[in-house]
Ligand binder design. Structure first.
Ligand SMILES: C[S@@+](CC[C@H](N)C(=O)[O-])C[C@H]1O[C@@H](n2cnc3c(N)ncnc32)[C@H](O)[C@@H]1O
Length: 202
């Protein structure tokens, strides 16, 4: 693989420290506990690296990965993020989906609030070719093996594929074998757990 982009030197968590802290406080005031965030540092650095303008993500929850992508995309004219999310069934969860995203970033964002099997098809109609995708929704093997090829097919050459929680099952490994591409595996350290993110460059 030829590396042509410039790796940003500023950490996401430092560059947007105040906004992250503010939105963290907002989350603490919400009664509903929803899905945890992906590896925001990796998402931001890779979006900056490919200078992404068109991105699709699956799985929004509070919207941390959406916020991260939007903060990068917003720097480039004509950018668009399309996100799919079937909200959790707990009471009023749908009203908190994407709640950490400030209004000023919403003009370049479309959320499709239903299951991937329909929403991803619609997302790809809006953005048939993308620079980057982040998969973090349906955690079942079958769901991943259904969605990964669709996202991969939509990626432009040199585009970035990011899959969260690849240690849950062998879907990411099997997909990499299927398309015969070597992945990068990145560790996401948490306080009580260690999770892995899979990255592919098309
Ligand atoms: C782990 S959370 C996403 C976290 C988010 N990417 C972040 O970094 O902040 C997973 C989300 O995917 C949604 N989800 C689960 N299964 C889904 C499906 N089949 N289609 C669409 N969304 C789904 C859940 O309701 C939840 O909001």
């Amino acid at each position: 693989m030829k590396i042509t982009g410039k790796i940003p030197t500023v950490k996401f968590s430092e560059k947007f420290k105040d906004l992250i802290e503010e939105q963290q406080k907002l989350i603490e005031s919400i009664p509903n506990r929803m899905g945890g965030q992906g590896n925001l540092e990796i998402i931001y650095q890779l979006a900056e690296y490919v200078r992404a303008t068109r991105a699709i993500e699956t799985g929004v929850s509070y919207g941390w990965s959406s916020l991260t992508l939007l903060l990068s995309l917003n720097e480039r004219e004509g950018s668009q993020l399309v996100s799919t999310d079937l909200p959790y069934f707990s009471e009023h969860s749908e009203s908190y989906v994407g709640c950490v995203v400030p209004d000023r970033l919403k003009s370049i964002w479309t959320i499709l609030p239903y299951a991937d099997r329909e929403a991803l098809i619609d997302a790809l109609k809006i953005l048939p070719q993308i620079d980057l995708c982040h998969y973090d929704s349906d955690k079942f093997y079958q769901g991943k093996m259904w969605a990964y090829p669709l996202l991969w097919q939509a990626l432009k050459p040199g585009g970035i594929f990011i899959a969260d929680d690849i240690d849950d099952d062998f879907a990411f490994r099997d997909f990499c074998e299927e398309i015969d591409r070597p992945p990068w595996i990145v560790e996401t350290p948490f306080t009580n757990d260690i999770k892995y993110v899979g990255i592919l460059v098309k």
